[in-house]
Design a protein around this ligand. Structure first.
Ligand code: PAF
Length: 276
């Protein structure tokens, strides 16, 4: 695997690449969910470019930018074993040689709800860095996990509306055997919190199963799940049944749905979702 720390070096390698190229952007601290995306990428392209960049622009002032886990050596070993050909790992000076003045502003209706309500500016930072990565790598395909469902929706719309020449491919969420969605932030959990954490998945699964069984009283289901989490020491931000396409409240009975949740367990904020 070739490691590129400069845009120029990555571009030179990209120009020499034959066939289709897939990009899997990450912020590092790779887990099995990331590796599943790399393997999925191999089915869509002849070579894979992974990126590791902890993007300050998408962190709020009270977010965990400084303590976000950085495990570069382990990440490189995992990427190499997964068959990744190129790793783009710029430092901040390379990505943002001066404070970034041009940004991608996603549709307010898409980013003032759910995560956007609790993390103002987050998706602007995500969309800006992803567009920049797409412009640097110029991949044919880019893969993003469904674990960050709203991020996937925003980026899919950004690519379509700005006519970026890339196909966005979603990756399924990878879970531990007890249901907890894999996430770099799971590493913040104490042993006791880790044992409690799958409750988030179980509450989502309960809503999914109830809706599949014909229950359309979304407010009741959301309220029960919120109370179930709070009763076990969680601080829920939201539990919401939404249409998959734009994450607005369900309208027609045949809208494909997803249930999403975010809640704090101790100092760790976890998010998860399940398609219904
Ligand atoms: O999902 C992530 O890890 C990040 O939001 C991304 C897409 C790499 C952009 O920094």
């Amino acid at each position: 695997m070739q490691i590129h720390t400069t845009i120029q070096s990555l571009r030179t390698a990209r120009a020499a690449a034959n066939g289709k190229v897939a990009l899997v952007p990450t912020m590092g601290n790779l887990h099995d969910g990331h590796i599943a995306l790399m393997r999925q990428a191999a089915g869509h392209a002849d070579s894979i470019v992974a990126s590791i960049f902890v993007n300050r622009l998408q962190f709020g002032p009270r977010d965990d930018f400084d303590r976000y886990p950085r495990t570069f050596k382990d990440d490189c070993e995992r990427l190499e074993a997964a068959g990744v050909a190129h790793l783009f790992a710029p430092d901040e000076g390379e990505m943002y040689p001066q404070p970034q003045q041009y940004h991608v502003d996603p549709a307010p209706a898409h980013v003032t709800i759910l995560e956007g309500e609790f993390r103002p500016g987050h998706f602007r930072g995500v969309a800006t860095v992803v567009l920049k990565l797409l412009n640097i790598v110029r991949p044919d395909v880019a893969l993003f996990g469904k674990k960050d469902y709203q991020q996937l929706m925003v980026l899919t719309n950004m690519v379509r509306e700005l006519a970026v020449a890339v196909e966005v491919v979603p990756g399924e969420t990878i879970r531990a055997t007890d249901g907890l969605a894999l996430s770099s932030r799971n590493g913040y959990l104490s042993a006791e919190e880790r044992a409690e954490a799958p409750r988030l998945y179980r509450e989502l699964a309960r809503i999914r199963d109830a809706v599949r069984g014909g229950d359309r009283d979304f407010l009741k289901l959301e309220t029960e799940a919120t109370a179930g989490l709070a009763a076990h020491g969680w601080h829920p931000d939201y539990v919401a049944v939404r249409r998959r396409s734009d994450l607005q409240p369900p309208g027609h009975a045949d809208d494909p749905l997803v249930v999403l949740a975010a809640a704090k367990l101790g100092h760790t904020r976890l998010i998860d979702n399940l398609e219904i």
